[in-house]
Design a protein around this ligand. Structure first.
Ligand SMILES: Cc1cc2nc3c(=O)[nH]c(=O)nc-3n(C[C@H](O)[C@H](O)[C@H](O)COP(=O)(O)OP(=O)(O)OC[C@H]3O[C@@H](n4cnc5c(N)ncnc54)[C@H](O)[C@@H]3O)c2cc1C
Length: 475
């Protein structure tokens, strides 16, 4: 932001006074908490403690640490798992995420993207999504829709390592990290004039003005906030694996076929390999994990290619719509690409993860905020989960720096609430859309198949609607 010099000087002065006030307040608050909690010997005080150092928690620590307006904050990141040394192996990991253009922009601004590029990523330039119960299909082509890549497939541990490389670089001086942190509980303030206490298993207690829960879907911070959490299980598991394809191609297409049991998706990794995310009911997922690898490959090729029972009415109506779209000069979905065949899976690469929906009705409370899966959890069918979390990182960092720039405290309600409003406005419709898609494609009743097939065909024919969908998801 460009400001006249004297205004800028005044802001700096306000910030200095604010920092001084906050130091006085923290000494006062420390005394208060020591008085009221004699049993707690506070080991260290922080401005911000981030509980959970997954992809989202580490990115937040990195974003706060790199923000010049927030450089006075003393930040602690607590991660429960040990600090693992990362070495890029020739074989791909079975855990990958599809990252949107918005996420790329955030990661570029944090200088994280360059490390991802130095390791590896695969651009997605086309997407083909089709229904196993009809001929309905939708395709997205980066050249015709956005003029940029639709997404990037990146292994979780590659992204995590790239973020950690920046987080531990000399550019960041105000973030401390404790790995293997065992948190036994939280004591949260009822108003924002007292600190939150983070109690560790070894008896240490840390205090902070702002506690951020980045501790995943089973967030203990969210539980301590006592907020309402709307959640359900999809009674499905996401079976993942690394796949060797039958043929070498450019492989920049993401494929997703909606089966009556759930979607099966192939995400490109390289010219010969793709990553599988196969969402299916729990019993089937367990069977798939038990199958010998060759039989698993057969089952997967069946899932991609097999003809499912069709309703003649649905076929007749969708074929009529197709001809009508063609006569109107609109895309009729007839030009479909054939999905790749899978040759084999990388040995031992199969795993399965339970899938569920989760929505915290509040993302903030006095002196506390939630980010990432701690606040929201979605089905992976749209590849949005961690992208929503990175949106939280971007907005929370921006609102906290706005709070300080305005001469207020980082725990000031109005800024935390702005964060919550801004994120829920984006996250809730996205989550509901994903959940609705899941419900719509879980049924194989002909009237439902007909409605969704017509919807998909019409959406595919209307370029501006496709553009709108893509730009919501990616930009
Ligand atoms: C099969 C599958 C496929 C997916 N594909 C995609 C995709 O293509 N695109 C996409 O955007 N998203 C995808 N997702 C979703 C994505 O993986 C999650 O949204 C993302 O991992 C959430 O990151 P997070 O950092 O918020 O939480 P987590 O990854 O759960 O990290 C939480 C961290 O907190 C730590 N922690 C927890 N409790 C404590 C504690 N008490 N003390 C200290 N540390 C603690 C944990 O050790 C962990 O490191 C997929 C998910 C699944 C299951």
């Amino acid at each position: 932001m460009l400001l006249p010099k004297n205004i800028h000087r005044n802001f700096i002065l306000v910030r200095k006074i604010e920092t001084l006030q906050s130091k006085v307040y923290r000494v006062y608050s420390r005394n208060l908490s020591t008085d009221s909690n004699k049993k707690h010997e506070i080991k260290s005080q922080y401005d911000v403690i981030i509980a959970g150092g997954g992809m989202v928690g580490c990115s937040l620590a990195c974003a706060l640490g790199k923000n010049s307006i927030l450089s006075n904050l003393k930040i602690l990141l607590l991660e429960g798992s040990p600090n693992k040394q990362f070495h890029l192996k020739p074989e791909y990991s079975n855990r990958v995420v599809a990252l949107s253009q918005k996420t790329k922009t955030l990661m570029k601004s944090l200088k994280v993207w360059q490390h991802v590029e130095e390791m590896r990523l695969q651009p997605v330039r086309n997407m083909q999504v089709w229904d196993a119960c009809s001929d309905a299909i939708i395709t997205f082509n980066s050249a015709e829709i956005l003029d940029e890549d639709v997404a990037y497939i990146v292994e979780n541990d590659v992204l995590q390592h790239a973020v950690n490389t920046e987080l531990t670089s000399s550019e960041i001086k105000n973030v401390e990290i404790i790995y293997g942190a065992k948190i036994s509980g939280y004591e949260l303030p009822t108003n924002n004039t007292t600190d939150s206490l983070v109690k560790m298993n070894n008896g240490d207690v840390y205090s902070c003005r702002l506690l951020i829960g980045a501790d995943g879907a089973n967030s203990a911070v969210r539980n301590a906030m006592g907020v309402q959490y709307l959640s359900w299980s999809y009674e499905q598991m996401g079976v993942v694996a690394t796949l060797d394809l039958a043929e070498e191609t450019e492989n920049t297409t993401a494929w997703q076929r909606f089966l009556p049991t759930g979607p099966v998706a192939l995400l490109p990794l390289s010219s010969t390999q793709s990553s599988l995310v196969w969402s299916t009911n729990v019993e089937h997922a367990k069977q798939l994990l038990q199958l010998p690898e060759e039989q698993f490959v057969d089952a997967l090729n069946d899932a991609l290619w097999k003809q499912y029972p069709r309703s003649t009415t649905v076929d007749a109506v969708t074929s009529w719509l197709s001809s009508w779209l063609k006569s109107a000069g609109l895309p009729d979905g007839a030009t479909r690409q054939l999905p790749p065949s899978v040759r084999q899976i990388a040995s031992g690469s199969r795993a399965a993860f339970p899938l569920g929906f989760g929505h915290s009705t509040r993302y903030v409370a006095p002196g506390v905020a939630l980010v990432g899966d701690a606040a929201h959890r979605v089905h992976p069918l749209a590849g949005q989960g961690v992208n929503l979390g990175f949106g939280d990182v971007r907005d929370l960092t921006s609102f906290l720096s706005d709070a300080i720039y305005s001469g207020l405290d980082i725990t000031h309600n109005s800024w935390l609430e702005k964060y919550e409003t801004s994120r829920q406005r984006y996250n809730v419709p996205t989550m509901l859309g994903i959940d609705a898609l899941h419900k719509l494609y879980s049924m194989d009743l002909p009237p439902v198949v007909l409605v969704r097939s017509l919807g998909l065909q019409i959406t595919n024919a209307l370029q501006p609607v496709k553009k709108m969908i893509m730009s919501h998801a990616t930009t």
